[in-house]
Design a binder for this molecule. Structure first.
Ligand code: FE
Length: 347
């Protein structure tokens, strides 16, 4: 049965990487963990390699977009070879949870390492790194102090001045869901309407495109995830570096709700053929070694307060006050957020 599953996996066109156990004298049956991941960050291969080296457990990675990944595991049902499901954004974790993809797991032994608001209350998933969705503004056309909150961006003073990506993007859905959670649906809709009224152009591109829009003079402010700015600061491309240098990254709501944060999360698959190996990998994500790789290679913010790392670009953004609600609430309000986006015509 195991070999059949493995063949199905190996035949997959989307099989992105297959690391072998470190060469060692042990000839026990090879231990493996099959990871279905929607992440597109540099840290992960390094983390899997370190895990394999330390445990002898090989990591097979199937990479796909977040929603495709969910669809695929769901379609495979009980035959799914997935052991660990990893995705970014609490909205997608919620979708995977709703689709019944995760096994209920006792993560209580992680509570000394991971803040409680980053663990799913029902035990379906746990967050291994954080990201903040913040504001970038033009160094020349916006004065420090002109913006203090996300709410400020809905003010008519910003008419024609905001760049932001499409509402189909989970990052924006979760930002709006956070406003629904703290201020209610009506206030959240008024905010979204204000942003649509203030857009400099129809939503297009990813978060880097929004920062480039400011640098090109198409807009004065943008809503972006913090790590895209860090990527641009450290880019080999002079144009990207120059675009980052034209903006200031600003962490809003420091006197109120805290900056909106989102997470990368993982859970054990409901039909995991290798649940013990799955748990071992998830535990490994919280070691100092893995937490450091999230910070150093992906510019993500570790969840383990004791983690240490070397990343001056990230350190320049820290510390900041963050929204401390349980991130699972972002999933709870995701459908409301999508309805609001439709109603206000946020493309
Ligand atoms: Fe991203």
């Amino acid at each position: 049965m195991k070999s059949v599953k493995f063949l199905v996996l190996a035949a997959s066109a989307t099989l992105a990487a297959c690391s072998q156990p470190a060469t060692n004298e042990s000839s026990d049956a090879a231990r493996v963990v099959n990871v279905y991941s929607a992440r597109h960050y540099a840290s992960d291969d390094a983390i899997y390699a370190a895990f394999t080296e330390q445990t002898g457990i090989a990591v097979n990675v199937v990479a796909a977009g977040g929603d495709q990944l969910i669809e695929r595991v769901r379609a495979d049902g009980e035959r799914s070879p997935a052991d660990v499901i990893i995705t970014v954004d609490a909205a997608r974790l919620h979708r995977a949870e709703q689709a019944g993809l995760f096994a209920e797991t006792d993560f209580s032994d992680l509570t000394s390492t991971v803040p409680a608001n980053l663990i799913d209350p029902q035990g379906y998933w746990v967050s291994m790194a954080k990201r903040a969705r913040v504001i970038a503004y033009s160094n020349t056309r916006v004065q420090p102090g002109e913006i203090e909150t996300y709410e400020d961006l809905a003010d008519p003073r910003w008419r024609g001045r905001i760049c932001v990506r499409e509402s189909g993007n989970a990052y924006n859905q979760s930002l709006l869901a956070s406003i629904v959670a703290r201020s209610g649906e009506e206030a959240a809709q008024a905010w979204a309407q204000g942003i649509v009224d203030n857009m400099a152009r129809p939503p297009q591109g990813g978060d880097i495109t929004q920062i480039q829009g400011i640098a090109a003079g198409e807009c004065d402010v943008a809503i972006v995830n913090h790590y895209y700015y860090a990527l641009m600061v450290n880019s080999d491309e002079p144009a990207r570096q120059a675009a980052a240098a034209a903006v200031t990254l600003f962490f809003p709501n420091q006197e109120t709700s805290g900056a909106h944060i989102n997470v990368s999360g993982a859970g054990i698959a409901a039909n995991a053929p290798h649940p013990a190996e799955a748990r071992a990998l998830i535990d490994f994500f919280f070691t100092d070694e893995a937490q450091r790789m999230f910070a150093e290679l992906s510019n993500e913010i570790p969840v383990n307060a004791d983690a240490t790392w070397d990343n001056p670009t990230l350190d320049a953004m820290l510390p900041f006050v963050e929204d401390s609600r349980n991130v699972s609430e972002l999933g709870d309000h995701n459908e409301t957020a999508q309805r609001i986006f439709d109603r206000v015509g946020w493309q």
